[in-house]
Design a protein around this ligand. Structure first.
Ligand SMILES: Cc1ncc(COP(=O)(O)O)c(C=O)c1O
Length: 393
């Protein structure tokens, strides 16, 4: 969340804590920034980053499509009004029934393995399909989110392309698209562009391609000292590379990207209250009424989130470890962070929590999910709380 300290205060007062608060203007501005930089690219929001229906609606209204990875996401995207022509589906490990349902949805399907391609052919799920490739290039903020390279479970490797073409031939399937996603929170323009360059080379192995999807991964800085992704450079070089590719193949081809985090991360904050304090020989702990069941990024990836005290800005500074209320030692939001010492009752805003925050939340320890509040452009607060289990399948 970029601004809006006052709105956060109001939200905490009106709805209590813990609560997620999202700023609509930030989401819209991020959508528009991508559209300005990539005017000839079909943007498909990776809804795993934040699948709140109201937020999906805001993004859809900006003219952006959607990328889904499960039948639950596919159903929710449809309910929110995304058209199938603007929807793509990235397959993970799927049952044959799931793959059949996804194929029947009309969304663009990116198959993840030779096994899926066999099923696609044997069950005659479509005459055309697209493949997710693993070109050996991976990047991202943590090993868990690097999705290219030999350690990644995703995609069809370059070595397996000849076999994929044989399977397609056997069943009379045309490979009309390829996709890749190298990982999440990429801040290095060079790596992203290298993956674009290599995918365009690989594309030449598929004579009937009409679309190429470069995945998501565009990052945002979380920690002090992290630099912004040079979006201008990515956009400029991307344009040169794709224009040259189009010229070289001599027929129309469309391009897509699947940004998730970039669109929503900075719009959101998780507001929590200080409910406990404790000092050990090693740490000054401050306990809050939320935990990794509501924002798992630090526990899972060691991720940094800025933390702002909404109740006080002045006071004695100390090195504070912010701990959650879940019954595990790894339930920490920040370790030895220099900040004004929070007092009992203070409200802390854990910033940049709009992506992979609520969407990764659970009821672990039987805690309820936090509410979600939207701050509209006019500064009005709206409860947009959502119960994912009602949509999951
Ligand atoms: C296939 C695919 N596309 C897009 C994304 C979105 O990534 P990000 O939120 O980093 O943009 C992901 C994230 O896991 C993904 O797996």
């Amino acid at each position: 969340m970029k601004e809006g300290r006052e709105a956060l205060h109001k939200a905490a007062l009106a709805y209590g804590t813990p609560v997620y608060v999202y700023e609509q203007q930030v989401i819209e501005a991020q959508c528009q920034k991508l559209q300005r930089h990539f005017p000839n690219v079909a943007l498909r929001y990776a809804m795993k980053a934040n699948s709140n229906p109201k937020i999906l609606g805001i993004i859809r209204k900006q003219g952006i499509g959607v990328e889904a990875v499960s039948l639950g996401e596919l159903a929710l995207a449809k309910l929110v009004g995304f058209k199938t022509k603007d929807t793509s589906f990235t397959c993970a490990s799927l049952t044959e029934t799931e793959l059949t349902t996804a194929a029947a949805s009309g969304a663009r399907i990116h198959l993840d393995s030779l096994t899926q391609l066999e099923v696609w052919g044997r069950k005659a799920l479509g005459r055309e399909v697209s493949l997710r490739l693993n070109q050996g290039i991976g990047a991202g903020h943590h090993a868990h989110v690097i999705t290219g390279g030999p350690h990644s479970k995703f995609g069809i490797t370059l070595d397996d392309i000849p076999e994929a073409l044989q399977i397609a031939d056997k069943y009379g399937i045309t490979i009309v698209g390829i996709q890749q996603h190298i990982g999440s929170n990429v801040l290095d323009a060079g790596v992203f562009l290298r993956s674009v360059r290599v995918l365009l080379q690989t594309a030449k192995k598929f004579p009937n391609l009409i679309h190429i999807d470069f995945g998501g991964g565009l990052g945002i800085p979380y920690a002090p000292g992290e630099t912004q992704l040079d979006l201008k450079r990515v956009a400029m070089e991307f344009k040169i590379l794709t224009n040259a590719f189009k010229k070289s193949i001599g027929h129309e081809v469309s391009f897509a990207m699947e940004p998730g985090r970039f669109i929503v991360a900075e719009s959101g904050s998780l507001l929590v209250s200080v409910v406990d304090q404790k000092n050990t020989s090693e740490h000054q702990f401050v306990g809050v009424n939320s935990g990794f069941n509501q924002l798992i990024r630090h526990a899972m990836y060691g991720s940094y989130h800025p933390i702002e005290n909404l109740s006080r800005t002045r006071g004695h500074k100390a090195s504070i470890t912010v701990a959650g209320n879940v019954c595990e030692s790894g339930d920490i939001f920040a370790v030895d962070r220099l900040m004004v010492r929070p007092e009992l009752g203070d409200v802390l805003a854990i910033r940049n929590a709009g992506a992979y925050g609520f969407s990764m939340a659970s009821n672990f320890n039987m805690h309820a999910l936090p509410r979600e509040i939207l701050v509209s452009g006019a500064g009005r607060l709206k409860d947009i709380s959502f119960v994912p289990s009602e949509y999951a399948c």
